[in-house]
Ligand binder design. Structure first.
Ligand code: PLP
Length: 395
């Protein structure tokens, strides 16, 4: 049977990570995957996570099945965090998932079960896995542009293109820290998007993967809360991979907001049924850790402080990179980078130039120009700036 299988495409990001692993140059720099690294280049276990894990190891009594929705306390805690106190949790349901990717897939399945062949609009460029996940679930994908020529959020263009979305469509929006561009809508832009959704009746599908790493937790969640307050129905995929550093524990949840209790309960059961046929139940450990943190004031305060430190380091890296590029005579590129938010920055380089950055300077970003600014040890920023300047300078 397996002899019949044609060579399948491999994942470009993991291919690049493999290539990086084979690169023997001492100065090599891996800015491919969206993973936070501290000043020593490590991806640490957050202290709040470590303390929660110690408590759990001492106190947990059973590893019995949790049920199809996973950990109920986790689901409640994430609903409160995402929607805010009084933010409509009573007209919402949450189902624990295998991280943000699992939430995207379960919600895509829910859309397909509700209305097969629904069109979902995604940004162009988008997170590399959006289209594959939606298409694997059987959905149609259309795109809307995201950036203006200077790399900023193209407010007029996005509103114009989404003006073509119809009542039965779903629009996927990243709640903050857009991957891969780092270009985010302003508060006014979000209000305009919410008005458009209300006017035209399409359903917002918010992907939240970087909340806390842009402008702070509350500020990063504000657009999602604004949308939730305005529209009758909404879907949210929540990841705890980045902001709790739980990448390999695969922790997240799928949230649905509906206009009636009946529709929300039906959607919750449909999500559970989808989980049942995919993996049955999500893993408990990460959800238990997040719950222990969010339910305990001391651990919550510690986690928030650590998240702020991570965000500060990302901002400092971006500030240092832009200042150095400016000093090296690349003010336009510097200004574009300075406006971006979150873990990623989009370099104004072509795919050929990104290849040169890799070959000539051992700096690994994606061919689209994306680099993980959070994966950069502070003492390597000058070398990154020099590499970019060298490539830009020989245009
Ligand atoms: C925009 C976006 N959504 C979702 C995810 C999925 O994250 P995970 O499945 O690791 O929680 C990512 C991961 O990089 C992402 O960038």
């Amino acid at each position: 049977m397996l002899e019949l299988l044609p060579p399948p495409p491999t994942d470009p990001l993991w291919d690049l990570t493999y290539e990086y692993g084979c690169d023997e140059r001492a100065e090599r720099l891996n800015l491919v995957l969206g993973v936070y690294r501290d000043h020593t280049g490590r991806t640490p276990v957050m202290a709040a996570v470590r303390q929660a894990e110690i408590r759990l190891a001492e106190r947990s009594e059973s590893k019995e099945y949790r049920g199809l929705s996973g950990n109920a306390a986790f689901n409640r805690a994430l609903l409160t965090m995402v929607l805010g106190p009084g933010g409509g949790a009573e007209r919402a349901a949450a189902v624990q998932t295998v991280a943000g990717s699992g939430a995207l897939r379960l919600l895509a399945d829910l859309i397909c079960r509700t209305r097969p062949g629904t069109t979902v609009w995604i940004s162009d460029p988008a997170y590399v896995n959006h289209r594959p996940i939606l298409e694997a679930a059987g959905l149609r994908v259309r795109t809307y542009g995201w950036c203006d020529p200077d790399g900023g959020f193209d407010s007029a263009g996005v509103l114009r293109e989404l003006g073509r979305a119809r009542r039965d469509d779903v629009v996927l929006l990243q709640g903050c820290c857009h991957n891969p561009t780092g270009a985010d809508p302003s508060a006014e832009d979000w209000a305009a998007l919410a008005e458009l959704a209300v006017r035209d009746g399409w359903v917002p599908f918010v992907d939240l993967a970087y909340h806390g790493l842009g402008d702070g937790l509350e500020a990063d969640l504000a657009p999602t809360r604004l949308l939730a307050a305005r529209v009758p129905e909404m879907l949210v995929a929540v990841s705890c991979s980045k902001n709790f550093g739980l990448y390999s524990d695969r922790t997240g949840c799928a949230v649905v907001l509906g206009a009636s209790d009946r529709s929300v309960r039906h959607a919750e059961t449909a999500l559970q049924n989808a989980a049942r046929t995919l993996y049955s139940m999500p893993p408990e450990h990460g959800a238990a850790v997040v719950t222990a943190i969010l339910e305990d004031e001391d651990l919550r305060t510690l986690w928030r402080a650590e998240l702020d430190v991570m965000r500060g380091r990302i901002e400092a890296n971006r500030g240092e990179l832009t200042a150095r590029l400016d000093a090296l005579g690349h003010g336009t590129a510097a200004r574009a980078l300075a406006r971006q938010r979150g873990m990623f920055s989009m370099l104004p380089l072509t795919s050929r130039e990104m290849l040169r950055l890799r070959r000539e300077h051992a700096i690994y970003g994606t061919t689209s120009g994306r680099i993980n600014i959070a994966g950069l040890p502070a003492d390597r920023v000058p070398c990154l700036a020099r590499g970019i300047a060298a490539v830009l300078g020989s245009r």
